[in-house]
Design a protein around this ligand. Sequence first.
Ligand code: TYM
Length: 380
Amino acid sequence: MPDEFTVTPWEVKGKVDYDKLIIQFGTQKVTESLKQRMKNIVGDLHVMLRRNIFFSHRDLDLILDDYEKGNGFFLYTGRAPSLGMHIGHLIPFIFTKWLQEKFNVNVYIEITDDEKFMRNPEYTLDQTRSWAYDNILDIIAVGFNPDKTFIFQDTEYIRNMYPIAIKIAKKLTFSEVRATFGLDVSSNIGIIFYPALQIAPTMFEKRRCLIPAGIDQDPYWRLQRDIAESLGYYKAAQIHSKFLPPLTGPEGKMSSSNPETAIYLVDDPKTVERKIMKYAFSGGQPTIELHRKYGGNPEIDVAFQWLYYFFEEDDKRIAEIEEEYRSGKMLTGELKQILIEKLNNFLEEHRRKREEAKELVHVYKYDGKLASEMWKKIHE
Ligand code: TYM
């Protein structure tokens, strides 16, 4: 069937129909009027909102109500560490940082070295913990406010999370978790308990929590919303993003499992150029003559899509590129060159900030204002 697709926390397959997903998952569309409301509050809109990369939500309107009433809210997002982050992984972090800046709120970032270890038979705990350090550098490089950001690794922070996690665990049955995540009786018991640990940070404050993340993480939040109020907390609000497509075309998501289909944050300029020239799926025609005559298709062209997601933030410029490509004036090779330049500039800047981040790990994890408050706090 042409439009069959799958979206789970572990797998995205096929060409995702995001409108259908909103219906399937029971979320709300981020409407023009909701965006306008946000713009009225904070003054402008992030490129990923203007272009509907963050396209779906739950209770974002209530978050804005809480903000306007002066109750505030907090942000929560996370990452299961792996050997090297790719550019798709940055999407929720870049957007979360923007929200933090605009609303001046706390951000909690969970690094699930436990999840990664328990889910993959081939990984050792030493590996996932060292990847955690490495991924934290990339996350810090995004530029969160050090006074209002707490980055915590599950295997370290567990003592403070455990009381809330067991309250959550007691509310969830195996059959609910099994049905939500497609587990079975052969699943290891760590992974059966793990959802309690991903839900726990939604209850780090008594205010409403807003989670910016890819929509693949939604099953966790559905469980959270079933039980939060019975524990005296708010149902978590979410804002969901689409997936940055892999180099190979508009199907699935960029994923670490195939290095040739992703651009890693450590890829040097030559590697970026080689991968894009060799692998980036093109919406162009097979020959220059045909391309000039019929033009390219930006909807399926990966170079165009990546520029559209966030590498070309200027709305006027992206519209020009789209028009020139569609009309056949711009060739695939030229479009790829635009992307290569943007991407390499972005990565160069990222790597510079990543170096600086090495001095800041302690601040975000332990010594910063929010971080030290969190370590002092023991949940009852
Ligand atoms: P993980 O490490 O698989 O992914 C981290 C974040 O990156 C998003 N993401 C993408 N976004 C756009 N395009 C892509 N190609 C792409 N690939 C991944 C994911 O949706 C996610 O937001 N279990 C979680 C870790 C976690 C978490 C959280 C995530 C713990 N607490 C709270 C979000 C919010 C995980 O495995 O993420």
